[in-house]
Design a protein. Structure first.
Length: 95
């Protein structure tokens, strides 16, 4: 059975970017992401691990939201041990 994730509002300033996140984007791609968020809103949520507060998915969106001055957002909450958190991060960053 596939479960629906929990969602809750969090302050952007409270979200902790995981140091192991592999994704890096160019300045041009970052500008495009900011433009997309302004045009369409946050249609793909940031994913946060309840156990440690790490962002598991959506690091670049989070950076763009911070740059736009957004103060709080709705996030998807997961509850994963460290190894599973990293596995999900890799899965989310794989093409």
């Amino acid at each position: 059975m596939i479960s629906e994730p929990e969602r809750e509002r969090r302050k952007v300033s409270d979200l902790i970017e995981a140091e192991y996140n592999p994704r890096k984007i160019s300045d041009e791609a970052f500008a495009g992401l900011r433009e997309s968020l302004t045009r369409f809103g946050l249609v793909q949520p940031v994913i946060v691990n309840r156990r440690n507060g790490h962002v598991v998915g959506g690091h670049q969106r989070l950076k763009a939201l911070k740059a736009e001055g957004v103060e709080d957002i709705e996030v998807v909450i997961v509850d994963l041990p460290d190894g599973e958190e990293k596995a999900l991060n890799i899965a989310l960053n794989s093409p």
